[in-house]
Design a protein around this ligand. Sequence first.
Ligand SMILES: Nc1ncnc2c1ncn2[C@@H]1O[C@H](COP(=O)(O)OP(=O)(O)O)[C@@H](O)[C@H]1O
Ligand SMILES: [Mg+2]
Length: 374
Amino acid sequence: MATMSMPIIQHGHHRGRGGSSSISLQFNMGRRSSTSIYQRTPVVAIFLAALLLSNILIYLYLDSVYQSDRQPVTTHNGCLAQYFKMPTMKNCTPWLQCPMIEADVRKLKLIGQGAVKKVYLAEWKGQKVSVSKLSSLNYSQDFLHGVSMLKALQGPLVVQLVGFCLKDHTMVTQYHPLGSLLNLNIVLAQEHQKHRNTWQTRLMLAIDYISILHYLHNSPAGRRVMCDSNSLEKTLSQFLLTNDFHLVVNDLDALPEVDVSRGLLVKCGHHEISGDFVAPEQLWPFYNKGKPFSDDLMHEYDEKTDIWKIPDVTQFLIGRVIGGDLIHFHLFQIHKECKSQDPKLRPSALDVLMIYKAVYSNMARNNGEFREKL
Ligand SMILES: Nc1ncnc2c1ncn2[C@@H]1O[C@H](COP(=O)(O)OP(=O)(O)O)[C@@H](O)[C@H]1O
Ligand SMILES: [Mg+2]
């Protein structure tokens, strides 16, 4: 539009100065040839307006052609929403529903069990998949919440949903043979994986982990807190290690929403939480005074509980790899801020993410030097 309007202005300007174009002659019929520029201005204006209008019409036409040509929106796996495609598949397939799950998904063996679900390796049309079944009817609400969060949050940082059958309390997801993040050290100690046991792999996993927190705190389903994370082991068990050593979050059964504008805060469950791993605001404040726990007297809190836990998770992820000490040195200040007693003083996941990425690039740039010093 901008480039097309240039000649029009020049043209009009030229005509205004130079006298008689054929168009202005037509409009000026019957007038004296000495008509001033001011008298001719409406004619020029009408001409310009007509050209502008035709430009707009052409633009609208082209835009509509472009729109009708536009591909439907695809997601990160190259499929439409509510479709899945595992790396071994050629085509996108709609999420499996009850009859297909009942007919075509065959459980092979139990691979995991948490409080809410029993998880099986299973097979669907020659593909390995993971099938989760509700383990106790007491947790039905958590299970249904987990499925609805998986549906809402599908993307590169979340395990891929393959199908679900709510009446049977069953969900099917992509199978990740390396299992949960709890296995990290065992996996990286395997002979054929040893070459991956580097600060690069490990810091990248920490970056994935913070990226996931950032995603959950700013998700399409609002600001979500990762509540089922009262210990390091529990937290690690909620993430899966992909074959290319990235992370996806897998267990979304306890993701309550925080929305300050609606005065919405959270409590992670209704029982007393203890230990150093959880944020101080999650602890029963009258513990030292010997007062028995009462859920009614517990204050609510926000997503900054997830930020408090970052340094401990990162400590585990980095482990004892060469270069690890330097990473901890660079992260010292931001980790100190994550451990602020006052949640408001803790950084956002995005603040932490930017520091982690800067440390990675910095160390990657200096890696030559860094090796020489070893
Ligand atoms: N898609 C999967 N691929 C491989 N292992 C899985 C998969 N889903 C779950 N698991 C294993 O099962 C464990 C429990 O799964 P999770 O969804 O956290 O269940 P729960 O809600 O009972 O905690 C995980 O920690 C992991 O070891
Ligand atoms: Mg779990």
